[in-house]
Design a protein around this ligand. Structure first.
Ligand code: HPA
Length: 275
């Protein structure tokens, strides 16, 4: 899908949200696999199931609840997106980036993209939290491909600092204040849905990746295109294929996110407090 009509669809969704949400949230948080619980911690919340938002793509992945919750945490108004769509579900990347685009048109200035990821860096352990310093797009596509709509942003947007230095510093400060260990690294975004082979993981390590996952990159690119400040956080739910020799599956991913849920929510609260 090119951009023709996308802008109008994005604005139609933003308009419905604006009518229901009261004050426009300052920041948006996209909650990855098993991390949607943060949405339940918002005070005075308005919940909008994705199904009720015009043109909003629906996700069918287990662990992705599918709702937008706007409310207050740490004294700040935020939009929490519990559930997202992925390219491996068969969506074009412009569809995958739709929610991030709506947040931008709603007036959000900062977007926090969270995900479950496999640990490629052998120094990582299961359950670690990683602040994304940069990404490698290995999806084989780009959400900005097709006709450019200048109302979103320029044809050839700069990607020197996709993940805002300022927001990464805030995340570090929040972690210190809450006594939480965080690490930093490069996230490689792959199409999926099959997990990687051990040879692919060795390749990813060689090219400089520390973690691997199937989301975040399209949203980050579209958000930067629109001039939003982006922060990316990965929960290392498993060590990637071949690091330990045992196989793993999506249940292992969800089990880890359940285990680190409290820590993850504390970190997000600390971040929002400092925005
Ligand atoms: N690979 C890709 N995506 C993932 C992984 C993984 O090991 N774990 C969670 N999401």
């Amino acid at each position: 899908m090119g951009s023709a009509g996308t802008f109008e669809r994005v604005d139609a969704a933003a308009e419905v949200i604006r009518r229901h949400c009261g004050d426009v949230p300052k920041a948006a948080l996209v909650l990855g696999s098993g991390l949607g619980d943060f949405a339940d911690t918002l005070a005075g919340a308005v919940t909008m199931p994705y199904a009720e938002l015009p043109h909003w793509p629906a996700s069918k992945v287990v662990g992705h609840a599918g709702r937008l919750v706007i409310g207050t945490v740490a004294g700040k108004r935020v939009a929490a997106l519990a559930g997202r769509v992925h390219a491996y579900e068969g969506h074009p990347l412009s569809t995958v980036a739709f929610a991030a685009r709506v947040m931008g048109r709603l007036g959000v200035k900062e977007i926090v993209l969270t995900n479950a990821a496999g640990g490629v860096n052998t120094g990582f352990t299961r359950g670690a939290l990683m602040i994304i310093d940069d990404h490698i797009n290995l999806l084989g596509a780009n959400p900005l491909a097709g006709e450019n709509d200048d109302r979103f942003g320029p044809r050839f947007p700069d990607m020197t600092e996709v993940y805002s230095k300022r927001l990464r510093r805030i995340a570090d400060e929040a972690a210190v204040a809450k006594g939480l260990a965080v690490t930093h690294g490069v996230y490689a975004g792959l199409l999926g849905p099959s997990y990687e082979t051990p040879a692919e993981i060795r390749y990813l390590r060689t090219i400089g990746a520390d973690a691997v996952g199937m989301s975040t990159v399209p949203e980050a690119i579209a958000a930067r295109h629109m001039g939003l400040e982006v922060l990316g956080l990965s929960c290392i739910t498993n060590m990637a294929a071949g690091v330990p020799l045992e196989p793993f599956n999506h249940d292992d991913v969800l089990e880890t996110t359940r285990r680190v849920r409290g820590t993850f929510i504390a970190l997000l609260e600390g971040i929002v407090e400092r925005l």
